[in-house]
Ligand binder design. Structure first.
Ligand code: HMG
Ligand code: MG
Length: 303
């Protein structure tokens, strides 16, 4: 049942950097993406076309996208919240976009200033227009295992939102534990329920490590046949709902575990760690990845 290979969706340059307090220049964002590509990652979220008033860290994503030396076989999706963002992404040459909706009403209002229903209505034409332009569309559902404002989130709500995004034409639905609160059996119950509505081969998981559960949740998901996993180099991102806590699952930790299990990812862990050290040094902090810290500490002098 456990897949022989996993596709990692690297979200550091988007989900990670959008939550860092330092706003990085375009050149650094481009360098990070290129190092991740050189490390063997095949899907790298390059940024987002959201309101720069809401997320100033992601301003100038158009320039980032235009400056990347694109490699064959690599997808550089960008996040868009509405048609305005879609038009900007199209103009910047995006070939894949990601849209997002929440499974929690309050989170939806705080994150994108509208209800879940309104967000789905807004996303339908974005997805349809994207597909009409030959653009691949990935969908996110956030707060699938809990909400920072509402606490428990009903599984039926996640199934409904994931199903709608899939019906609208998203080729893959990423289930986001936005606050990192889930535990393995709960994650499995959720995946089993969503898989009744969206085929498991079209599902991805997106765990945050806020409560130290991300790798355990990944293993539980692999056991059900999930073969696409989101993660962020150096655990970039932090958690805006728990000051000082860690954010997205670190890609280094994920690759180390998958390597140890003999699961193919195509990622070179050493090159990945180096990308993580570069961006962590630029941000002036340690990587939020145990594997990365251990690898750096075990380097010989002068290396
Ligand atoms: P609003 O204020 O309700 O929108 O924001 P509006 O339509 O009234 O527009 C307000 C202003 O924003 C206007 O400009 C628009 O032109 C502009 P003004 O007239 O004031 O100068 N605007 C835009 N500018 C650039 N790009 C756009 C865009 N749209 C409108 N696309 C809006 C609504 C959705 C725009 C806003 O709430 C927003 O941008 N939210 C994004 C928040 C965000 O990026 N959150 C993080 C992503 S979700 C996430 O991280 C979870 C996930 O990673 C999964 C997980 O981790 O679990 C996916
Ligand atoms: Mg995330």
């Amino acid at each position: 049942m456990i897949p022989a290979a996993v596709r990692i969706v690297e979200v550091g340059p988007r989900d990670g950097l959008q939550n860092e307090s330092t706003i990085l220049p375009v050149a650094v964002r481009v360098e990070l993406i290129q190092k991740l590509a050189a490390a063997g990652l095949r899907t790298i979220e390059a940024g987002s076309f959201v309101s720069p008033k809401w997320v100033p860290q992601m301003a100038e994503t158009g320039q980032v996208l235009a400056s990347i030396e694109k490699r064959d076989g690599i997808s550089y999706p960008v996040l868009v919240p509405n048609l305005k963002g879609f038009q900007a992404a199209l103009a910047a040459g995006a070939q894949e976009i990601a849209v997002f909706a929440a499974a929690s009403e309050t989170f939806s209002r705080r994150n994108i200033n509208c209800s879940i229903e309104e967000s789905l209505e807004r996303l339908k034409p974005v997805i349809e227009t994207g597909l009409a332009h030959g653009i691949k569309v990935r969908g996110y559902v956030s707060c699938v295992l809990g909400c920072p404002y509402e606490g428990e989130v009903a599984i039926s709500q996640v199934v409904r939102v994931a199903g709608q995004l899939s019906d609208f034409g998203c080729y893959e639905i990423s289930l986001g534990d936005t606050i990192g609160i889930g535990t393995p059996r709960k994650a499995q119950r959720l995946i089993e329920a969503v898989a009744q509505r969206v085929p498991i081969s079209n599902l991805a998981v997106h765990f945050h490590d806020t409560y130290g559960q991300a790798l355990a949740n990944v293993l539980a998901s692999l056991e059900l046949g999930i073969a696409v996993i989101d993660s962020s180099v150096a655990g970039l991102g932090g958690c805006p709902y728990a000051a000082g806590a860690t954010g997205n699952l670190a890609t280094e930790d994920l690759v180390y575990m998958l390597n140890g299990m003999g699961i193919e990812t195509g990622v070179n862990l050493q090159k990945l760690a180096e990308a993580g050290w570069m961006i962590s040094d630029t941000l002036g902090r340690n990587p939020q990845s145990k594997v990365s810290i251990a690898m750096r500490a075990s380097r010989g002098p002068g290396e």
